[in-house]
Design a protein around this ligand. Structure first.
Ligand code: BG6
Length: 472
């Protein structure tokens, strides 16, 4: 007797993702103001800047047509705050507003659902110079920016994401280019910024529901479920602690409107706790998400701390590499997991675990807004990228989504990173993720021509067959 494979729902949002500063280019065109990414002086040596990127700003129509060829049902992209409000606040920029109308209209014309991230690492530089998120005026500016987006695009966009990877901006902000602060003293400022972002997010979620009753909005943190190195109770407890501080702090605030108790006591112990007023608590309670979106690349593994420098990872620091913190948790490599070319562990089973954990905690539908494999792709003699390694990665992860659905988890969709080759946060253009290849190198812009990779044909079949092709 053969058993029918579980098919994904017909309205499953099969998509792919990008972010504005990593894909658009046109960094100073049509009235756009500079963001902290444009002002970045510490893009690592040997990697490109963000001025041209994949030139999506000029080639969006061609890109959307290719997404439609692949059969994408959704496209998750971010709106550059500095195209809408070049100074972050102040005058609106009609040309920037018009660009996203054109992009969204193009998507809708191809039956592709737009999923809009409101803020993805690109704070307006003008606001950064006035204290960034630590200045309450930035929260007001973000709420106003949100109101403009809802006014302009609310009749066309159902799915909204507030802030991309707030947790990574706090934990790895220097590497991501979202902060220039460093050292212990910076932590007080960073957690004040963190609190401000929670307030901004809650206010925007409340405004969204008020202005657009049909819309759905949620946060988009980076979740790396944390494993203990062993079943030693101290290791298990440490994993629980790091889960609370790295992951649940952010999702608990977004969904429940309260600080996670383990994370809060850590912040108090360190002297990094922000001041929280009764008014803040009311604001946090007033904004609720309709779903939880999350970016998943890998799990992390930790052990009980030794209390000295041996708790720290010796080389590399990155949003996916477990770093360790003296006296809090020891960073450990998971010997059961392979790594990609950039040292990131690959853990499809951890993906299912992450779905279960988030569903258990909140019971809200889940939307995957990133997952994917960064690799140094090369064009074959036939002019195509034969990215079998990416197909293998995606296949293993999508299988785990299907298993999570079988576990009873509600999943809205899957938007891997990335729709098209773009610039990595800190490892340049050579670290590619796209379904669509872009003909450029790190510094040589070449033709910027687009071509589909083998993975895009494979993904097209998965989408078309609602996952049945995974079993072929
Ligand atoms: C996520 C970010 O952290 O991971 C993306 O939201 C980023 O902006 C992606 O590009 C992949 O990371 P990286 O560092 O390889 O670009």
């Amino acid at each position: 007797m053969s058993i029918d494979p579980i098919l994904f729902p017909t309205d499953f949002l099969w998509g792919a993702s990008t972010s504005a500063y990593q894909v658009e280019g046109a960094w100073n065109e049509d009235g756009k103001g500079p963001s902290v990414q444009d002002a970045r002086t510490h893009v690592p040596e040997g990697t490109t800047d963000f001025t041209v990127a994949a030139d999506h700003y000029h080639r969006y129509a061609e890109d959307v047509a290719m997404m439609a060829d692949i059969g994408l049902k959704a496209y998750r992209f971010s709106i550059a705050w500095t195209r809408i409000l070049p100074e972050g606040d102040g005058a609106e920029n009609p040309a920037g507003i018009a660009f996203y109308h054109r992009l969204i209209d193009e998507l809708l014309a191809h039956d592709i659902v737009p999923i809009v991230t409101m803020f993805h690492f690109d704070l307006p530089q003008a606001l950064a110079e006035r204290g960034g998120w630590a200045n309450p005026a930035t929260v007001d500016a973000f709420v106003r920016f949100g109101d403009i987006l809802f006014r302009e695009y609310g009749s066309k966009v159902t799915y909204w994401l507030t802030i991309n990877e707030q947790n990574m901006m706090i934990q790895h902000g220097r590497m991501l280019g979202t902060t220039t602060l460093e050292g212990d003293a910076a932590q007080v400022d960073l957690f004040a910024q963190n609190h401000a972002m929670f307030l901004a997010q809650a206010r925007v979620m409340a405004r969204c529901h008020e202005l657009l009753p049909q819309a759905k909005i949620g946060p988009a943190p980076n979740i790396a479920y944390v494993y203990p190195e062993s079943c030693r109770p101290e290791d298990v407890l440490t994993a629980d602690t790091w889960n609370a501080i790295r992951n649940w702090l952010y999702t608990d605030l977004a969904v429940r409107g309260t600080y996670n108790n383990v994370a809060w006591s850590y912040l108090e112990r360190k002297g990094w706790a922000p001041s929280v007023t009764d008014e803040d608590l009311a604001v946090l309670a007033s904004g609720k998400p309709d779903f939880v979106a999350f970016n998943y690349y890998a799990t992390q593994t930790v052990a009980a701390p030794s209390g000295d420098e041996s708790d720290l990872r010796r080389r590399g620091e990155d949003q996916q590499m477990v770093r360790g913190e003296v006296g809090l948790y020891k960073a450990v490599d998971n010997p059961n997991l392979p790594k990609n070319a950039f040292g990131w562990e690959i853990d499809p089973v951890g993906f299912r675990m992450t779905f279960r954990a988030l569903w258990d905690r909140y019971g809200l539908p889940l939307l995957v807004t990133e997952n994917g494999l960064g690799a140094r792709d090369t064009l074959g003699d036939d002019g195509m990228v034969h990215d079998d390694y990416r197909i293998d990665y995606l296949q293993r992860h999508i299988e785990q989504i299907r298993l999570a659905v079988g576990d009873g988890v509600g999943v809205l969709g899957y938007c891997p990173w990335s729709a098209i080759d773009l610039i990595s946060t800190h490892q340049g253009f050579a670290k590619r993720y796209g379904f669509i290849h872009v003909d450029r190198d790190e510094f040589d812009l070449k033709s910027l021509a687009r071509s589909r990779k083998a993975s895009s044909y494979w993904y097209a079949q998965v989408i078309e067959s609602r996952g049945a092709s995974l079993d072929a």
